[in-house]
Design a protein around this ligand. Structure first.
Ligand code: ADP
Ligand code: ADP
Ligand code: ZN
Length: 208
């Protein structure tokens, strides 16, 4: 079976990370996520300052820093799920020069639901797995089901920073969604319902 090259688009909180994890397990793909890579290098000194300065404010990290992460990850991957990149039109153009995509999927979730999902999100400090205090609770409060790590709240998942991230999304990333729609390659999938329901829809897209 050919490897899949899947791009998952959607606003912050749409469920990209949650679904990318399932897709990578089901189809044996690499998970390429600029958000996780940047979090692991939050304090790295670059000529633009550290990634953490941008992330904690809800702003985009400068393109050269994220492009470098993506190039390195693509070199290692055959099949992949790309999540959190591209976030503006320049990144989309850069990506098109680096690789071809088999599926470009947009996860659609209404804005109020996004705020509830993000402010209730908890992540494993060790393996990065996502949980939610209401919608996706771990078996034991505060402990990761997968690795036993501690669940924490991301510094940018506070209400004010969430609002700013959604603004940045509308300004910079919605044009990316439009770009793929104009090219005729965008598949839109509802991101509402349970994670299992959403995953079923994604499987249909990937296998058809
Ligand atoms: P979410 O899962 O909520 O969409 P991410 O984990 O993808 O958030 O991203 C967290 C932060 O990392 C962003 O707010 C931004 O500061 C930075 N970041 C992630 N990906 C990119 C990117 N492609 N370009 C610029 N900044 C990025
Ligand atoms: P993204 O990577 O797009 O920012 P995440 O996958 O991290 O989104 O999901 C954001 C939050 O919403 C997490 O707390 C996650 O547990 C929760 N979540 C994910 N999918 C669903 C869903 N279908 N219904 C309710 N909550 C969800
Ligand atoms: Zn974990």
């Amino acid at each position: 079976m050919a490897d899949h090259r899947i791009l998952l688009l959607g606003p912050p909180g749409a469920g990209k990370g949650t679904q990318a994890k399932r897709l990578t397990a089901e189809y044996d793909l690499d998970h390429i996520t600029t958000g996780d890579a940047l979090r692991q290098n939050k304090d790295m000194e670059t000529e633009y300052g550290t990634p953490g300065e941008y992330m904690d404010a809800g702003e985009l990290v400068p393109d050269p820093v994220v492009n470098e992460i993506v190039v390195a990850a693509l070199e290692e991957a055959d099949g992949f799920v790309l999540d959190g990149y591209p976030r503006n039109l320049d990144q989309a153009e850069f990506l098109s020069e680096e690789t071809d995509l088999d599926h470009v999927v947009f996860l659609d979730v209404p804005e109020q639901e996004l705020v509830d999902r993000l402010t209730g999100r908890r992540v494993c400090d060790d393996c990065g797995a996502n949980y939610h205090v209401e919608f996706d609770r771990p078996e034991e409060e505060g402990v990761c089901d997968e690795c036993g790590g501690e669940l924490i709240q991301r510094e940018d998942d506070t209400e004010d920073t969430v609002r700013e991230r959604l603004r940045v999304y509308r300004e910079n990333t919605e044009p990316v969604v439009e770009h793929y729609r104009d090219e005729g390659v965008l598949v839109e999938v509802s991101g509402e319902g349970t994670p299992d329901e959403v995953f079923g829809r994604l499987r249909d897209v990937v296998e058809n």
